[in-house]
Ligand binder design. Structure first.
Ligand code: UT7
Length: 348
């Protein structure tokens, strides 16, 4: 009944049940910060940021409350529940991907459980896989559903990167924004419904950990008063190395997911939703994959890189505006700090 085949850091599993996306949702903070706004405080320009990244603006969470990662997730989850025609207590498990959690403890998933009014005692866990976090969550949800262990799982990518970015470092701050996207994943028991997660790939290459990291704030280097007052506590990135790794990894993991899904080729994919890191990365990846650029869903211009939130937000937008339709084949691919990577092929 079960077929397993293990590769390096990836797996393929034919389960008892099929999993499908039941509904999606998103939340973006109210505050818009344009490139021109940034150019008023750092040595940059709208022209440089637009040409090098494709980004024009980003959303930034309020620090007064109401837009922290679990707040954004609550708003997005209620939209997804409505779209899926489910109530909060139908959720068996919350998988919350973030590297900017509300607190170190408790995790975001349990905070969200309370905010959604869930009283069924469902499982609630966080995933730390940086920008690949949402797909790590989606692929984990798929496995839980395939085995019959869970029925309805809420998968979240929610980030408040504005707290972790050095706003005086023009090499990083121009790239990032805040936001949240969610997907409700559930068991598909209707033999006439072709919607299904077809293949998942997960990977990582820890040797690239120095390309994107935060030295302070963990057990090794707690944040002391001196560090809190300095710029050292913020995220550090080697943009050039990340760029090269991104294009190579996105292309490789995408092709391996397409192959695992049993497709004849990437031409069969209707829509490609990659992690939105830089417009040039997306162009180069599409080129390497020989996928029609018109099939690539891009929202980086208005929202920048929101880490684990880029794929579920772009997905929700394309579903909501009618580009993505039921029955179409979708490819999601991500890479991120760590270096983590993940890909999913599904029939929506
Ligand atoms: O979620 C995944 C994590 N991150 C990524 O995937 C990031 C991938 N990398 C990138 O997107 C790009 O490397 C960046 C957008 C971060 C940088 O673009 P780049 O084309 O690699 O620029 P660079 O760092 O090589 O800098 C080129 C020049 C430098 O000046 P000189 O040395 O040539 O005089 C920089 O000082 O541009 C300068 N520069 C800027 N100028 C204006 C760097 N940042 C800026 C800026 N505005 N914001």
């Amino acid at each position: 009944m079960f077929n397993y085949s293990f590769g390096v850091g990836v797996y393929y599993f034919m389960g008892l049940y099929r999993a499908k996306i039941l509904g999606t949702g998103l939340y973006y903070p109210q505050k818009v910060v344009t490139n021109d706004d940034l150019a008023r405080s750092i040595d940059t320009s709208d022209q440089w940021i637009t040409e090098r990244t494709g980004i024009k603006k980003r959303r930034i969470s309020s620090t007064d409350g109401g837009e922290f990662p679990t707040d954004m997730a609550m708003n997005a989850a209620f939209i997804a529940l409505k779209n899926a025609n489910l109530s909060a207590n139908d959720i068996n498990c919350i998988i919350f991907a973030t590297f900017t959690p509300d607190y170190r403890l408790p995790n975001c998933a349990t905070i969200l459980q309370t905010k959604l009014g869930i009283t069924n005692g469902c499982a609630a866990m966080d995933i730390a896989a940086a920008c690949s976090g949402f797909l790590y969550g989606l692929n984990t949800a798929n496995a839980f559903i395939q085995t019959g262990m869970m029925k309805n799982i809420l998968v979240i990518g929610s980030e408040m990167l504005s707290r972790e970015v050095d706003w005086s470092d023009r090499g990083t701050c121009i790239l990032f924004g805040d936001g949240c996207g969610v997907a409700l994943v559930g068991r598909n028991e209707d033999a006439n419904d072709s919607s299904e997660i077809l293949a998942t790939k997960l990977g990582a290459d820890g040797s690239g950990r120095d390309f994107l990291y935060q030295t302070y704030g963990g057990s090794v280097n707690p944040i002391t008063p001196e560090i809190a007052a300095s710029r050292e506590r913020y995220l550090t990135m080697n943009g050039k190395e990340m760029f090269k790794v991104a294009v190579r990894t996105l292309a490789e993991i995408s092709l391996s997911a397409v192959e695992a899904a049993g497709l004849k080729g990437i031409d069969e994919i209707d829509w490609f939703i990659p992690h939105q890191a830089n417009h040039r990365i997306l162009e180069a990846t599409a080129d390497r994959l020989s996928i029609d650029p018109k099939k690539v869903i891009i929202n980086i211009e208005d929202y920048a890189n929101t880490s684990a939130a880029t794929i579920p937000t772009a997905f929700h937008q394309a579903v909501s505006d009618g580009r993505i339709k039921r029955g179409q084949l979708l490819l999601f691919s991500a890479f991120g700090g760590g270096l983590t990577s993940a890909s999913t092929v599904l029939r929506y």
